[in-house]
Structure formats: structure tokens, C-alpha cells
Ligand binder design. Structure first.
Ligand SMILES: Cc1cc2nc3c(=O)[nH]c(=O)nc-3n(C[C@H](O)[C@H](O)[C@H](O)COP(=O)(O)OP(=O)(O)OC[C@H]3O[C@@H](n4cnc5c(N)ncnc54)[C@H](O)[C@@H]3O)c2cc1C
Length: 471
């Protein structure tokens, strides 16, 4: 009895006990038996949305059922509770992410909690009449995207992880990693060492860095990392809309200071992602609620100064499109009016670009933001990370099925090539959009407006865009 109470006390102290989540969770300081030390086949550093999903994909795959897998997450275990209020951190998930989550049985847990399908999306320029709209009808009647709270997604993945009967899978929360020692590039049976702050050391055949944009695994790999700050922050908040509707449209208006996006949550609430210059973001956070809402409505509705030359050219383009029987962008919908903001829901996050020139090293791989970071203007960041998860899991399964080592260089190389072939063009396209839209010089406004209007009018081009964003 006393022993049981002591064990409970240890768990409580490290805040990792959970009624719903009874993995082999234990605080690192209490790990002393050989089961939790020594060699693992795979160690995943970082249990964010991408790391946990990768762990789930590996733990559920019978090909890896004999593999010892360890997930190390530095933050404490958080007990999840679905509250009436929405979290201010949400992501727009693509159809491909939905497929991945469905294949892992995670999607049904998300549906059981909550998500909002996006059936229409309207993106428009504040400096001209150009717009582009996406509809589920253009997408084989599939929803354009799904808005899901980060916590809901993480909980759904953890619930499914909890349901697996894989006894070789362990998670450690509050894992403080001190250092990595990675094998050199020539080593034939590479092993990475993960040294913890308390002196414990783990070794593994394959180390996967899912530890986010400031990845320590990436630093230990010594690879080139191309990165820059946008001097912008993403202001997020939960908004109350003035009118109740079915609210299945995602709105994004390009202001000269960055895009403002209103993502649907339910019939009366939406989530804000307002990318703006750092000083302005900090000012917006401090504004009294009423003033914040006024500025928000201004950002959605205000008429910005326009160039006569741009207006003239755009009306000529529109009339040509009309004559050719193509959509001229006149069928625009009006964005919603915002009535209020949920208390304490305002927050801001720094925005930056990041590209790791290598996603792999001998016995090491990177996934998610550890490998690539993008501006949230296209809602692609975590979707790219889930694409990494899918590709890496499939290739590791192929290697295992073929009798190769889990860290076989040729399979890791294929992972890197396949993902960079998708991720790098996506990153470049997002970067180009960011640069194109933070300039209000008339020739640039004209160029992008004509481009947007033509893309909107040419159905096959729009479809191509949608299918790339979905993968
Ligand atoms: C305002 C905003 C809006 C966004 N909207 C969208 C969107 O609509 N759609 C979309 O696809 N993406 C969106 N993104 C991007 C998305 O949030 C990220 O791409 C995603 O969170 C990356 O997930 P990750 O698991 O790779 O990294 P992270 O979320 O950074 O997770 C890394 C994890 O590793 C842990 N960790 C770090 N270091 C260590 C260590 N040394 N040891 C152990 N654990 C460690 C951390 O605690 C964390 O849990 C948005 C981003 C922002 C800022």
C-alpha cells in the first residue's frame, strides 16, 4: 500500500499520470531498470504533433512490432480536457493529412471531439479587386481543408497510441536531453547516443529529430540550415462573429503588412491568424478588446488606396475573361464581421523561414519543423510534416520487409529525396507569395493581381494548385 502510494507520488510530482493514458510513462529520474535504458531501435526526439504521429504510425505497424521505440518529449504530460472554449492554436489540415490520420484510426477521435470542415476558401488582395476562391465542388466534392485545434489533434494521436498493444513502445515526458553523439558518416553499423541531463544514456540505430524549428538533432548533424526571420508575428485569437451562419468558409485577405486569415470553428466562432510586423503584433496584443475588434474589422473591410493604372488594367483583364466565358472574380463573397474576441485568447508567435539542406545523416533523419519551416500564409507547415511521417514510415517498412537495417542509407536517402522534391518547391512558392504580397508598388500589385485573377479563371491551374496543397 505504502509502495503504491510512493509510486503514485513520483508520478504526481512529474505530472505524467493520467487516467486515460497509462503507457509505460515514467519520469526519467525513476528509470533505473534495464528495460528503459540501453539500446533502442528507434528514438524519436520531440513529441509535438509530428513526432507523436510518427510514433503512432510506427507503433501501429506490425512490421515494427518487435522494434524497441522510444519517444522523448521535453515538456510535461498535459492532461487533456475538451473545453467549451476553443484553443487559440489551430491548424488547417489537408485531405492528405486526413487520409494519414484515417489510416491510423486517429481521424475518428478528432471527429468525436471536434473539427470544422472548410467547404469554401476566398483569398483576396486589399490593393486590387483580384481574388481566388476554392470550393469543395472544384475538389471532387472533398472538403477544401479541416480546422482542428492543435491540442485536439495531439490528444487524438495519443488516444490511438494508448490503444495500441505494442509493448515495445515507450514515452518519456520531461525528458531533458543534454547532448547527442552521432556516428560519423563512414560508420557501418551506426549508433547514435542520446545523453540525458541526469547522466542516463540511450543508444539507437535510428535517431529521428522531430524537435521543432530549433532542432538540437539538426544542430548535432552539423548540416547547413538556411533560415531567416520575417520580422513578423502571427497574432492568433478566438473570435465571435456578428452573425450565426453555417460558417464553412475560410477567409484570407492580403494586406500590405501581411495576410489576415479567419478560419471557421463553429456557427458563431472563428480562429484568427493575423500575420503582421512585430511591432504591430505586440501593439495589437495590448489593445483593449473593443479597439482590437475595430482594427480587425478594418483589416477585413477597409478600402486601401488603389492605383488608377492597376484598376484600369484589372478591369480590362476582367472584361476579357467575361468575353471568354471564364470567371472574372466578380462573384465575391463578403467576409464576416467580428463582434468580439474570447478573453485571454490573444497571443502572437514569431514567423520565420527554415530549410535544412539535408534531412538525413548516417543513422539520423529529420521530420517536420526540424527539417523545414514556412510562413503560415498557406496553412502548410504541419501538413508538410505529416507528409514526412507518411513517407518515412513507408520507406522504413519497405526496408524492414526487405530484410534491411532500419537505418539503411539507401532508404533514408530515398526519404530525403522524395520529401525534398515536394517540400522545397512548396517552401519556395510560399516564400514567393510572401515577398510578392508585402510590396504595394503598383507594377508588383498589377503583376500579382493579374496572376491571381488568371489562376482563379483557369480551372485546371486551380485544380493543380489544390492537389499540390493537399499532398
Ligand atoms: C500562427 C501559426 C499558425 C499555423 N497554422 C498552420 C496551419 O494552419 N496549417 C499547418 O499545416 N501548419 C500551421 N502552422 C505550422 C505548425 O504549427 C507547425 O508546422 C507544427 O507545429 C510543427 O510541428 P512539429 O511537431 O514538427 O514541431 P513542434 O510543434 O515545434 O514540436 C516539437 C516538439 O519537440 C519538443 N522538443 C524540442 N526540443 C526537444 C528536446 N531537446 N528534447 C525533447 N523534446 C524536445 C517540443 O517540446 C515540442 O513538443 C502554423 C504555425 C503558426 C506559428
Amino acid at each position: 500500500m505504502l509502495l503504491t502510494r510512493n509510486i503514485y507520488q513520483i508520478f504526481r510530482t512529474h505530472r505524467i499520470i493520467s487516467k486515460n493514458f497509462n503507457y509505460n510513462l515514467r519520469p526519467l529520474s525513476s528509470i533505473s531498470d534495464a528495460k528503459y535504458k540501453g539500446n533502442y531501435d528507434i528514438i524519436i526526439a520531440g513529441g509535438g504533433m509530428v513526432g507523436c504521429t510518427l510514433a503512432c504510425a510506427l507503433a501501429k505497424n506490425s512490421l515494427f512490432s518487435t522494434f524497441k521505440i522510444l519517444l522523448l518529449e521535453s515538456s510535461p504530460y498535459k492532461q487533456f480536457e475538451l473545453r467549451k472554449e476553443y484553443s487559440n492554436r489551430v491548424v488547417a489540415l489537408s485531405q492528405n493529412t486526413k487520409s494519414l490520420m484515417s489510416s491510423l484510426n486517429v481521424w475518428k477521435h478528432i471527429e468525436d471531439m471536434r473539427l470544422q470542415p472548410v467547404k469554401h476558401m476566398q483569398v483576396w488582395d486589399a490593393c486590387s479587386d483580384a481574388l481566388i476562391s476554392f470550393n469543395s465542388a472544384d475538389n471532387y466534392n472533398d472538403d477544401v481543408a479541416y480546422i482542428v485545434e492543435n491540442d485536439v489533434l495531439l490528444h487524438a494521436v495519443n488516444t490511438e497510441l494508448n490503444n495500441t498493444d505494442n509493448k515495445n513502445f515507450n514515452i518519456v515526458y520531461e525528458a531533458k536531453i543534454a547532448d547527442y553523439t552521432l556516428p560519423n558518416s563512414e560508420e557501418v553499423n551506426p549508433k547514435s547516443l542520446v545523453k540525458m541531463n541526469n547522466g542516463d544514456t540511450y543508444s539507437c540505430q535510428l535517431l529521428i529529430g522531430a524537435d521543432g524549428a530549433n532542432s538540437a538533432v539538426r544542430r548535432a548533424m552539423g548540416v547547413q540550415y538556411l533560415s531567416w526571420n520575417y520580422d513578423q508575428m502571427g497574432v492568433v485569437a478566438t473570435l465571435y462573429l456578428a452573425e450565426e451562419t453555417d460558417n464553412t468558409t475560410a477567409w484570407q485577405r492580403w494586406l500590405p503588412s501581411g495576410p489576415i486569415a479567419i478560419l471557421p470553428l463553429d456557427s458563431q466562432r472563428s480562429s484568427l491568424v493575423w500575420s503582421t510586423w512585430e511591432d504591430n503584433a505586440k501593439r495589437l496584443l495590448k489593445l483593449p478588446e473593443e479597439q482590437f475588434v475595430d482594427e480587425l474589422n478594418d483589416a477585413l473591410w477597409k478600402q486601401y488606396p488603389r492605383s488608377g493604372a492597376v484598376e484600369g488594367c484589372m478591369s480590362w483583364v476582367s472584361s476579357c475573361l467575361r468575353r471568354a466565358g471564364l470567371p472574372d472574380g466578380a462573384a465575391r463573397q463578403l467576409p464576416p464581421s467580428v463582434q468580439g474576441v474570447a478573453s485571454s485568447s490573444r497571443a502572437a508567435f514569431p514567423l520565420a523561414f527554415g530549410h535544412s539542406t539535408r534531412y538525413i545523416a548516417n543513422g539520423v533523419a529529420l521530420v517536420g519543423d526540424a527539417a523545414h519551416r514556412v510562413h503560415p500564409l498557406a496553412g502548410q507547415g504541419v501538413n508538410l510534416g505529416f507528409g514526412d511521417v507518411k513517407e518515412l514510415t513507408e520507406l522504413l517498412a519497405d526496408a524492414t520487409y526487405g530484410g534491411f537495417d532500419i537505418n539503411d542509407p539507401s532508404y533514408l536517402q530515398r526519404y530525403e529525396s522524395n520529401r525534398q522534391r515536394h517540400n522545397v518547391p512548396t517552401q519556395l512558392a510560399i516564400e514567393a507569395l510572401h515577398r510578392l504580397y508585402t510590396v504595394d508598388l503598383p507594377p508588383v500589385v498589377l503583376l500579382r493581381s493579374v496572376g491571381l485573377q488568371l489562376t482563379n479563371a483557369l480551372h485546371p491551374v486551380k485544380k493543380l494548385l489544390m492537389s499540390h496543397a493537399a499532398t
